[in-house]
Design a protein around this ligand. Structure first.
Ligand code: CUA
Length: 333
């Protein structure tokens, strides 16, 4: 028995962390978390009650020969009827309780609304996420990839779209799942109340690299969030060394410009992630690799090795050009 409780405790502690719906960090996730515990509690109670009744019914009886019963007397029959109907009524009441609390939680999830701290367009693609922070001034609109930043304690509005197949946006610590259906815009509100970096994950099978369709959500104090906005809105940094200048020329002269944007350069294509501040991101390939020089060089040379099926083709560049390109991209903080 002791071992059972220890195993359960171990299981529950492993449920906390940056990608767990059992460790809520926002008001909506807390509501879903409460609902989850209610469902677990009631299901556990029903399970134990059924086992107890089963055990009581199958207990060993005295070995005396049974007296044949043709028909139970009126009192016994009344008692049996009452027991069965109250058990039925109780089950129905429990089911309605679950239904009703589920309905209330669903409604409560939509109560967060204006004024929102930001309106963010989320676009799911095979297999990465584009995030566009809207602004009334077009020069303040910023686009990033696989990385969300939110101010703590204030709701943000997300509009979810897909450009290819059905994906599902899920940050377990902050909210439930929401599908991204091509041709349809879904909307949710998110609020993070505890500063940290959480993992998000595509939660609908969308092809070969579905598991590598991840993103991070950094919830931070308002000041840090504003600083991040300012840094991300700026055009890409100009190269400061010869090596970086060469890297920029490699980028602009190779096929990179056919898919990517680097603000402040002529590269303005929208097929792949915006790379204006790629050097500031901790991950590349939508969570497939950490953003180190070696990983970035390997990724550019052959993305198919780390993420087979990825839409990005291999780029067989001479090694001096590849290293210069990596230097340039890493300088784009
Ligand atoms: Cu996108 Cu799974």
């Amino acid at each position: 028995m002791k071992r059972g409780w220890a195993a359960l405790a171990l299981l529950m502690t492993s449920c906390a962390g940056p990608q767990s719906s059992l460790d809520p960090a926002g008001v909506q996730a807390s509501r879903i978390h409460h609902l989850w515990w209610l469902f677990v509690g009631i299901s556990l109670f029903v399970y134990v009650a059924v086992l107890a009744v089963l055990a009581w019914g199958s207990r060993r009886r005295s070995p005396s020969p049974p007296t044949p019963v043709i028909r139970p007397d009126a009192t016994t029959e009344r008692k049996l009827k009452l027991t069965v109907s109250s058990a039925m009524a109780f089950s129905v009441a429990l089911l309605f309780l679950l239904l009703f609390s589920d309905f209330l939680t669903g409604r409560a999830l939509h109560t967060l609304s204006d004024p929102v701290a930001a309106k963010i367009l989320v676009v799911g693609r095979q297999w990465w996420w584009e995030f566009r922070y809207d602004d009334i001034s077009p020069s303040n609109v910023l686009t990033t990839a696989n990385e969300l930043h939110l101010p703590i304690g204030r709701p943000v509005q997300l509009e979810l779209e897909s450009r290819d197949v059905i994906h599902s946006f899920w940050v377990p610590n902050l909210h439930g799942k929401r599908d991204l259906i091509p041709g349809h815009t879904a909307r949710i509100f998110l609020q993070a109340d505890r500063p940290d970096t959480y993992w998000g994950q595509c939660a609908e099978y969308c092809g070969y690299q579905h598991a590598n369709m991840r993103f991070t959500v950094t919830a931070e104090p308002e000041d840090d969030y504003q600083k991040w906005l300012v840094s991300q809105r700026a055009d890409a940094a100009e190269p400061t060394t010869d090596q970086q200048r060469r890297g920029k020329q490699v980028f602009l002269g190779a096929t990179c410009v056919m898919c990517h944007t680097i603000q402040g350069t002529i590269s303005q294509a929208k097929l792949g992630p915006d790379l204006t501040h790629v050097g500031s991101r901790p991950w590349i390939g939508a969570g497939a690799l950490t953003n180190t020089r070696a990983n970035l060089a390997g990724w550019i040379a052959n993305p198919q090795r780390a993420k087979p099926g990825s839409r990005m083709p291999p780029n067989p560049l001479p090694s001096e050009n590849l290293l210069a390109l990596v230097d340039y991209l890493e300088s784009l903080k």
